[in-house]
Ligand binder design. Structure first.
Ligand SMILES: [Zn+2]
Length: 468
């Protein structure tokens, strides 16, 4: 299979370092605010990629970190403190804030049906390992101390700018050293920050302080996945400076680091950046409260290539609702055809449905082309609708769609049984139609609609489905 590597800016053949096993590291949340649907996209894309590897029978170790100490979290803690009143101060409040928003993140991922990572390291649990990493960088002359801070010296990085495709000399000429910063070069970045009064801090060889953001991912990824691992992922906004700096640190420490870099495109709302200040912020819980169905958001994401930006609008979500119904209705028909006429031995037997599996796999093997892979599902739906009397095909098609839905993490499933009184009503309506009493037939149809059952008259008779 081929994967687009952001590092080489080409699609490359993907061969895992260890046969049969894949190590993936994806940058996780900084826990200081409510998770929004932009977070959902990154988490979902990498969840699908992980599930597809597993579908292909690979073992996967999936790591996603949590940044639980950071300027943003401390700022939030300060804002939430009531001045002059007793109660927790900044240090305790920072812990409270990070725990609260990590809990919300976990809740929201569960709400969306996005699987938890195999390992979820927290920055605050990695301080000693980060300190050792920084010591190594100082020893190798890639880092220097300056009055309790430690900086990475980017002049010592062999290929700084290679991921973000920038020339370090040009970057340097556009950067400034801010007043109070004690670094040598304007592009040098902090590995360790000297403690500020009343803020969370830890002991280190350079005095009390806390780690910079970038160092945690270098320390955690190599600790859990090894000096070299298969895939490092994250949003495209992390390429610079975060991922560029991770490479400088890890290569500086003598590690081979990630083989493939994968980046998902960002999400906009009606063409604008999502921001609380713009009033267009959509939290995951807000979305779920309105639509009650994570599949609609997932279908929106599947319909755009993961590397491209995706624009969210309510009209598009309405379109996704129609797409989901097409699949659900077709699946229901297939299941019924199977129950009614497929001989027991023919159930789920692969046949001509396999040609659609091939299309699905070819699309996914080509840098996870999810829109094309989803199109294969709709082609299969069309084919099955046209040949619904072929019970063997219907049965195999239903099985394949369910299998693909599980790679996509979609909850699409069979609708189950209806109660016997609904069956009686349907029969009464059929009788009314036969005797030409269309008024009565229409009354029953409306009554059932009120109970959440939709009737559809087809040339083969009346079928029902539950309202989604
Ligand atoms: Zn990271």
């Amino acid at each position: 299979m081929k994967i687009y590597n952001s590092l080489t800016r080409t699609k490359e053949e993907f061969i895992p370092l260890k046969p049969g096993h894949i190590g993936m590291y994806v940058c996780g949340p900084t826990v200081y605010d409510e998770p929004h649907i932009g977070h959902a996209r990154s988490a979902y894309i990498f969840d699908v990629i992980r599930r597809y590897f597993e579908y292909k029978k690979y073992g996967v170790t999936f790591v996603r970190n949590v940044t639980d100490v950071d300027d943003k979290i401390i700022d939030k803690a300060r804002k939430e403190l009531v001045p002059e009143s007793p109660g927790p101060r900044v240090i305790e409040k920072t812990k409270e804030v990070s725990e609260k928003y990590l809990r919300l993140y976990h809740e929201d991922m569960a709400l969306l049906g996005i699987r938890a990572p195999d390992k979820e390291p927290k920055a605050t649990e990695y301080i000693p390992k980060m300190i050792r990493f920084i010591e190594l960088l100082i020893k190798k002359s890639h880092a220097y101390q300056a009055d309790g801070d430690v900086y990475f010296d980017i002049k010592t990085a062999v290929e700084y700018g290679k991921l973000s495709n920038q020339n370090p000399d040009k970057m340097e000429s556009g950067a400034r050293i801010l007043p109070g910063e004690k670094k040598k070069g304007p592009m040098d970045f902090a590995l360790w920050k000297k403690a500020k009064e009343g803020e969370p801090s830890w002991d280190s060889p350079w005095g009390r302080g806390r780690p910079g953001w970038h160092i945690e991912c270098s320390a955690m990824s190599s600790d859990i996945l090894g000096e070299e691992f298969d895939i490092h992922g994250g949003g495209i906004d992390l390429i610079f400076p975060h991922h560029e700096n991770e490479i400088a640190q890890s290569e500086g420490a003598g590690k081979k680091f990630a083989k493939f870099w994968m980046h998902n495109g960002l999400l906009t709302i009606k063409g604008e950046k999502m921001a609380k200040s713009l009033g267009n912020f959509i939290s995951i819980k807000g979305f779920m409260a309105g639509y009650k169905d994570a599949d609609l958001l997932k279908l929106l994401f599947l319909n755009t290539h993961y590397r491209h930006p995706v624009d969210y609008t309510e009209e598009k979500i309405a379109g996704m609702k129609a797409e989901k119904e097409r699949i659900t209705i077709a699946l229901d028909k297939m299941k019924r055809a199977e129950d009614q006429s497929a001989p027991a031995g023919a159930k789920g037997k692969p046949g001509k449905s396999e040609e659609f599996r091939k299309k699905f796999e070819e699309a996914m093997d080509d840098d996870f082309n999810m829109p094309l892979a989803l199109a294969a599902v709709f082609e299969l739906v069309n084919e099955a609708n046209k040949n619904i009397e072929d019970a063997e095909f219907a049965s195999a098609a239903a099985k394949l769609i369910t299998e693909i839905a599980s790679v996509f993490g979609l909850k699409i499933c069979f609708q189950g049984e209806i109660s016997s009184d609904v069956k009686v009503s349907i029969q009464m309506r059929n009788d009314a139609r036969k005797s030409g009493d269309y008024k009565e037939a229409d009354r029953i149809r409306k009554e059932l609609l009120g109970r959440g059952v939709i009737l559809e008259d087809t040339k083969d008779g009346t079928i029902w489905r539950k309202k989604l």
